[in-house]
Structures are given as C-alpha cells and as structure tokens.
Design a protein around this ligand. Sequence first.
Ligand code: AMP
Ligand code: AMP
Length: 356
Amino acid sequence: MRDEILKLLENYDKDRIKIGTIGSHSALNILKGAKEEGFETVCICRSDDRFVYEMFEVADHFIEVDDFKRLLNEKIQRKLVEMNTILIPHGSYNAYIGSLYNLKVPIFGNRVLMEWEIVREKQKEWLMNSGLKIPKTYSTPEEIDGLVIVKYPGARGGKGYFIATSKEDFYRKSEEFVKKGIISREDVKKAYIQQYILGVPLYFSFFYSPAYERVELIAIDRRYESNVDGIGRIPAQDQIKIGISPTYTVVGNIPLIVRESLLPRIMKDGQRVYEYSKKIAEPGMIGPFCLESVIDENGEIYYFEISARIVAGSTVGIPASPYSYILFGENMYMGKRIAREIRLGIERDMLEKMIF
Ligand code: AMP
Ligand code: AMP
C-alpha cells in the first residue's frame, strides 16, 4: 500500500505541492498554516460550508462534495493527485470516511496508525505497551464496582457517553439512552466500560518530526463539553430534582498550560508512544498525535485515548501556544508546523519519510 502511495509521490511536481484537507474539524488550522508556509491549498467541502472557508480566505481551490465520503471517488482522487496534493487527515476522516486504505492520495501521517486509533482495544494496547497508565476497563456491566464512564461504539466526541455507579445504574441509563434514540439496543451490548478517573482532563498535542527526529510538544488544551461543563451552573438540589446525568458532547476547547513539574512525565510519555508506534507500523508516527488524559489529585496521569493525527483542540494554539513559542521563538501552531515539516521534506529531499 505504502509503495503505491510513494510511487504517486514520486511523480509529483515538488515545486507545486498543494496542501489539502476536508473542510471541517481543524481545516482552518491546517489550511491557514499551509498558506503561511507558502503552499497553495485545496479544501474539499460540502457546498453549504464553502462560505466559511471563503470568508476566512484559507482555500485557493475548492472541491465541492455532497458527502465527505465522495473523497473516495476515483475522479476526485485523480484530481487531487493531478494537483500534486498532500492530504492532511483529521477527525472528520475518522468520523465520515473511516478506513483510509482506499484513499489513493499521499497523506502526511501514518494511515496504519490512524486505523489503530479507531479501534478502542488497539488504542488500549498501544498505550499499555508504551508503558502508560490507563484507566481499568470492565468486560461486562456485571463487573462494575465503582464509578465508570460508558462509551458506545461510534460515539465519538463524547456524544453518547454516560457515568454509572453499578450494573443496575448501567442498564437503567442505557435504556434511557435507547429511548432517547442516542444509541441503539444493539449498541448496549458493545458498551466500552472504563473506570472513571476523578480529576481534570488534559489533551497533549505532540508532533513527531522526521526532519528533526524529535517529539515536540506543540500545545495543550481541554475540552468544553455539554452538559458536563454546564451542570455546575445550576444548584445541586435542582440537579437532583430533574435527574440529569452528565454527557460529554464536545462543543469547543480551551487552551492550557500544565504545572511545569508535570512536564517531564508528559514529555516522556509522548516519547514512549512514539517509540512503540514504530513497532506497530514502520516508520512509526509522522507529524501530529494527541494523548488524552485525566490527571487526578495525586498527580497520577491516566491516558484514556490516543489520536494518531491532528486534534481539533490544537486550534487553540493559533498563532502560538506558550510551548510552541518557546520552542520556535516565532508563531507556530499545528497547521503551520505540519506545513513547515512538508517544506523541510521538500528542501531536504526527504518527503517520502513523511508520507503514507
Ligand atoms: P465534525 O466535523 O464537527 O462532525 O467533527 C468530526 C469529528 O471530530 C467528530 O468525531 C467530532 O466529535 C470530532 N471533533 C470535532 N470538533 C472537535 C473538537 N473541537 N474537539 C474534539 N473533537 C472534535
Ligand atoms: P473521549 O471521546 O474518549 O475523548 O472522551 C470525552 C470526554 O470524556 C473527555 O474529555 C473526558 O472529559 C471524559 N472521559 C473520557 N474517559 C474518561 C475517564 N476514563 N475518566 C474520566 N473522564 C473521562
């Protein structure tokens, strides 16, 4: 598969490389960064959303589609290749396209690792084998012996998650979610049940640079989620009366820095995840990845997810996060960092090390 992609890349006109992505998720970040690094950009967008990318002036070329799945159409792929496009995958590829094995266009990143990311058990294996601490998982609702968070398949971005304290609670809330149409009855059997870590969520956006052969910490954010972040705005007695449970639908993100004494562990963990990625699929992680954690009152860091691509929260780092500014001494954010790396790849004739 990779050979096929590298062959396409070989025929690219390296002076005319364009950077493209699907118009959603973190496209503003990616396309703005590409333009700042001097690339022409391609936005594959839904007709109704086009005005957003036009208004922000981040796209030089548009390919309009009625559904993001059309990216897999041969004609569109051929057009992207003819335009010398390198695609930057993000969360909407996972959500709307799924497997990228049928996408015959060069991608900045490692598509095998993106495949690992969409399977929870594989994520767990990756985090565990990298030596990171992860929340306990329960194979059946009957085993629940404390506070747990229940995640349903396909329930990305926190929609359809809920908290349970016992198996009775699990079945009652699942039934409620089925009745509300949030999940199907089939989904209940496929619930992913995980120990709930009481603490604060933090998302670390890393970047592995093949040009500099190093793992960089680019930005940190936290999510702003409905209604778990809204629930505290009404008094406890009213919360009890109306019987609401917290849900975790992501609405936005907030920038963060961490206590500096936590950094050595966080940065080592990023490095470990990179090292193990080489064992999963050579050449390992390329470019952006994100470790999603909860840190408890004892400073224990639990990782509950990994993303093998740019995350939407990294957009809080435009034009620079404190970390990317310290590292580069100039404005730097994930979209621009990606484009900078591609530029280095072209200049140093090592683009093939960055493409999968
Ligand atoms: P969307 O295009 O908004 O439907 O998002 C595509 C995928 O990315 C979904 O799985 C979303 O849950 C996820 N996503 C979008 N925006 C964010 C965000 N700001 N933070 C975290 N996840 C996001
Ligand atoms: P995810 O879609 O897996 O990134 O999770 C969405 C949100 O659920 C996170 O931002 C956290 O607030 C919360 N969350 C997920 N897993 C856990 C966990 N094991 N313990 C505590 N909170 C969690």
